[in-house]
Write a protein that binds this ligand. Structure first.
Ligand code: SAM
Length: 202
């Protein structure tokens, strides 16, 4: 049954951090308060997908389900096999997709071809991933998200955006500090802007 495991498996998280520090980007799982702060930005109604990137131990996945996002709409993308095994055990009714967020359209196509994306919720460590990976991930987000729909990203940066490319094709909607997290974090919500008409015609 989804949601039985509430305490974050910190041992698993630490082991995965030691294997891939830049990819995990934190030594401690996200707090429930941070996860709730991200999930609260999602409209639980709607027919498009809600895509979670870099789910790790599943704290944010649980918050999305608690927010009322149906398991049918949710696609959870994670690259680390140990986290994927854990997530599949914790959320048997949710599509847990093992893959690289930099190839998101291929990963989603294998599970839900042609379904539009209404929201992307990302715990990816944009400040520690390689620049090429960050560019590819954000290109995918720009391509897949419906105009006006949100990209929600958390960061430990005290100010500014965690990646400069987030200002390209997105506009900032909200920026909220979450103090009840180790370390304190910010939840940044951006909206995908429409292509300018000239770009659509050309
Ligand atoms: C900050 S951790 C996740 C924190 C998560 N909210 C938690 O509390 O467990 C970032 C996650 O992104 C995953 N990740 C990093 N690069 C990725 C990529 N290119 N594609 C998919 N997942 C990736 C890592 O394996 C890790 O689980």
């Amino acid at each position: 049954m989804a949601g039985v495991i509430r305490a974050a498996p910190t041992g698993l998280f630490l082991r995965e951090f030691l294997k891939a520090p830049a990819g995990v980007g934190a030594v401690w799982p996200s707090s429930e308060r941070l996860a709730q702060g991200m999930a609260a930005r999602i409209d639980p109604q709607g027919d498009g997908l809600v895509v979670e990137l870099g789910a790790g131990t599943g704290v944010v996945t649980q918050a999305l389900l608690d927010q009322g996002v149906s398991a049918e709409r949710l696609r959870v993308v994670e690259c680390a096999p140990a986290f994927v095994r854990h997530l599949r055990q914790r959320f048997p009714g949710v599509a847990i997709l093992q893959g690289d967020a930099a190839q998101l359209s291929d990963v989603l196509d294998a599970s839900a071809p042609g379904i539009p994306v209404d929201a992307i919720v990302s715990s990816l460590p944009l400040r520690s991933l390689e620049a090429g990976v960050v560019s590819a991930v954000l290109d995918q987000c720009r391509t897949l998200l419906r105009p006006g729909c949100p990209l929600i990203q958390f960061t430990y940066a005290l100010r500014g955006l965690p990646a400069a490319e987030l200002s390209d094709g997105f506009e900032l909607r909200s920026d909220r500090s979450i103090w009840a997290n180790l370390p304190p974090a910010r939840v940044i919500t951006l909206a995908r802007v429409s292509e300018p008409e000239s770009a659509q015609i050309g």
